[in-house]
Design a binder for this molecule. Sequence first.
Ligand SMILES: C[S@@+](CC[C@H](N)C(=O)[O-])C[C@H]1O[C@@H](n2cnc3c(N)ncnc32)[C@H](O)[C@@H]1O
Length: 235
Amino acid sequence: MAKTQSVRASLDKQPHEVASMFDGVARRYDLTNTVISAGQDRYWRWMTRRAIAPRPGEQILDLAAGTGVSTVELGKSGAWCVAADFSQGMLAAGRFRKVPMVAGDAMALPFADNSFDAVTISFGLRNVADIDLAMREMLRVTKPGGRLVICEFSTPVIPVFKTIYMEYLMKALPRVARAVSSNPDAYVYLAESIRAWPNQRQLGRRVADAGWAGVKWRNLTGGVVALHRGYKLGS
Ligand SMILES: C[S@@+](CC[C@H](N)C(=O)[O-])C[C@H]1O[C@@H](n2cnc3c(N)ncnc32)[C@H](O)[C@@H]1O
């Protein structure tokens, strides 16, 4: 039996700690996601694709793409989609997928200015040490008129549901992860990082402050997840 790794990043999200934590999660990442989200992950990915609305012939960057599971969903549109991530372990675990993959840091993207029709990041931004810098980098590599979609955990909007969800996050989720994940400690970090993450309005303001225009968001699964959208001015 393969040995279980125990690496957990702290909330200051030092890049080397975050990358090693995801290296440790990689082997069973896709399965663990589906189990801990009770299958909702597929719905969230489908809604993310709809929000981006990629078209054949377009070039899409899927940032912090991990094993490429989010990139495959985007590729169903017929657009050319590239996965980028700084965890070599996550990229390696997704190598069987037929998507182009690039190693790179969200805070210093290895792409030229104005390269992509759309840039998206699913469940990745929360793990980046400087999210304002990452959102400015995403803006830099997006073509004028191009789109941004951020899919990220957020704050449930109905108070009683929020209470139950927070209980699940802090108590049940680490136990479930212990049964499924190749790095269960990472799921304690997951719970803590979701609790510390800005709510929908606060994140929307930061996306706009990074230079994105027309920022809007919508809730999925009662606000467990939010999709933030914006576009780059110019044509
Ligand atoms: C929770 S996974 C999300 C993977 C995939 N997008 C999905 O939807 O399942 C978060 C990913 O963000 C990556 N990540 C975190 N900080 C990053 C950074 N600064 N640059 C590039 N990738 C980063 C991690 O390596 C990890 O693969």
